[in-house]
Design a protein around this ligand. Structure first.
Ligand SMILES: NC(=O)c1ccc[n+]([C@@H]2O[C@H](COP(=O)([O-])OP(=O)(O)OC[C@H]3O[C@@H](n4cnc5c(N)ncnc54)[C@H](O)[C@@H]3O)[C@@H](O)[C@H]2O)c1
Ligand SMILES: N[C@H](CO)Cc1c[nH]c[nH+]1
Ligand SMILES: [Zn+2]
Length: 434
């Protein structure tokens, strides 16, 4: 991992999302699926996932889900249930209630909260399978009360039609009843526009690689999306005294996700930066996915040395990382200065994978600097709100002239007249109409 001074550090991620070629590829896949439906889905699944399917084979059956229990260890079932309980407990706290404010003049103002009717959840399954992402998608949708949750995930690569059994068991445990074996940009397009087999949804949530993230951006507007939760990122803010082997391990935990993942240490300590860099080289060799981790470390990894802790915090706020670990003597004293980060992990024992799998907060988190304006998936992603306005006669008589003044200053006489016609009527009838 390169050690660089803050002055020489230029994040490779401060550009637009994806290369021009990746953007073109995604546009072309999305347009083809929109125009051709299932035929394009099957073509891209064969081309990109090397799995040949018939349209009738797109839907994953309940029997497949149940059969998968035979192929996973009982310890996995215990673990996924324990994780689901923690994730559900955390998301239960986010539930919103509809509310109404009864005013003294007889008016009622409020907000009605309703679940979205049909949502699509993407579970990544290209280079690795992510049963944990099944829970992170499905549980908040269930807590919100979404009646139709449609899961998509790529068929296990290597020519088999099957889905990874850990994903199937996680889906069965979560109560998924509608699942399709399709991934990448083609799955996102199918959820957005529908095909002969897949009915369109109202919103698409879930993480994925660059093609998935770009496809979500491409279909936004036809459907809503959660955020651009693309290739994983970690930034560690640390000072002298932090354990280099812990930091290196946590950096590599995200680097192993994807060649496009990013892992950055920011510290005022040159000696810590050098120790972490050496530790990364040592630990890299121990990883089964070292080729992926090395590519991402070489492309996007860095140990950035700053003049001060304040400068280090500035860099973190500029990066707006998906995950931030603060490993300083007083992490609580720093957290208030962090403006941009998707999930913040405090202290030496809050290793990032604690949040990936188990603590309870959602691991579907915006990337590539978009934590500046976006948030991790939560129950709010699966609801919508309607404003409620009941104006009493008394209230309209009181506020009518003010509303007409505002309408006329916008040059919208029709708006003013809609109010005026009621005021006139009330005045002419001496206020006897109800
Ligand atoms: N930000 C988050 O919240 C979060 C959470 C979990 C995982 N992730 C990220 O999810 C990603 C998972 O990636 P993955 O690849 O393992 O699975 P994936 O399911 O996201 O992507 C696999 C699909 O990508 C498509 N694809 C692959 N190469 C392509 C190409 N050259 N052209 C067009 N399409 C192509 C294929 O259709 C394939 O099915 C990683 O980047 C990981 O870091 C992010
Ligand atoms: N770190 C990922 C989010 O970027 C989430 C995850 C799932 N499994 C392992 N990690
Ligand atoms: Zn992870």
């Amino acid at each position: 991992m390169r050690v660089v001074s803050a002055r020489d550090f230029q994040s490779k991620r401060e550009n637009d999302y994806g290369t021009p070629e990746q953007n073109e590829t995604v546009k072309s896949i999305v347009n083809s699926v929109r125009a051709e439906g299932d035929i394009a889905l099957l073509r891209y699944t064969e081309q990109l996932d090397r799995v040949k399917l018939e349209a009738s084979g797109l839907r994953v059956t309940e029997a497949e889900m149940q059969a998968a229990y035979e192929r996973v260890e009982p310890s996995f079932v215990t673990a996924i249930r324990a994780a689901a309980d923690r994730i559900r407990a955390y998301h239960d706290k986010q539930k919103r209630q509809s509310w109404m404010d009864f005013q003294a003049d007889g008016s009622i103002l409020g907000q009605i909260i309703r679940p979205l009717r049909r949502v699509g959840v993407y579970v990544p399954g290209g280079k690795a399978a992510y049963p944990s992402s099944v829970l992170m998608n499905v549980i908040p949708a269930q807590v919100a009360g979404v009646p139709e949750i449609v899961m998509v995930t790529p068929p296990a690569s290597g020519g088999e039609m099957g889905i990874n059994p850990y994903i199937l068991v996680a889906a069965a445990e979560a109560g998924v009843t509608e699942m399709y074996r399709v991934g990448g940009a083609q799955a996102i397009a199918a959820l957005a526009y529908g095909t002969e087999t897949i009915q369109p949804v109202d919103k698409i949530c879930g993480p994925g690689n660059i093609y998935v993230a770009l496809a979500k951006r491409e279909v936004y507007g036809a459907v809503n999306i959660d955020s651009l939760a693309g290739p994983s990122e970690i930034a560690v803010l640390a000072e002298e005294g932090a354990d280099p082997s812990y930091i290196a391990a946590d950096l590599l935990s995200q680097a192993e996700h994807d060649e496009m993942a990013s892992a950055i240490l920011v510290t005022p300590s040159l000696s810590l930066a050098e120790a972490v860099s050496a530790e990364v080289e040592r630990q890299l060799e121990l990883l089964p996915r070292r080729d992926i981790a090395r590519t991402s470390m070489d492309s996007y990894g860095a140990a950035v040395v700053t003049d001060s802790l304040t400068d280090a915090i500035d860099i973190i706020n500029r990066l707006a990382p998906e995950h931030l670990e603060i490993v300083t003597k007083e992490p609580m004293a720093i957290v208030g200065q962090i403006e941009n980060a998707g999930a913040i992990f405090l202290g030496p024992y809050s290793s990032e994978p604690v949040g990936d799998y188990f603590a309870g907060p959602n691991h579907i988190i915006p990337t590539n600097g978009t934590a500046r304006f976006a948030s991790p998936v939560d129950v709010d992603d699966f609801i919508k709100k309607s404003s409620l306005i009941y104006y009493s006669k008394e209230a309209l008589l009181r506020d009518g002239e003010t509303i007409m003044e505002l309408a006329r200053r916008e040059g919208l006489e029709g708006h003013a007249r809609a109010i005026g016609i009621r005021l006139d009527q009330e005045r002419n009838t001496g206020g006897t109409t109800k």
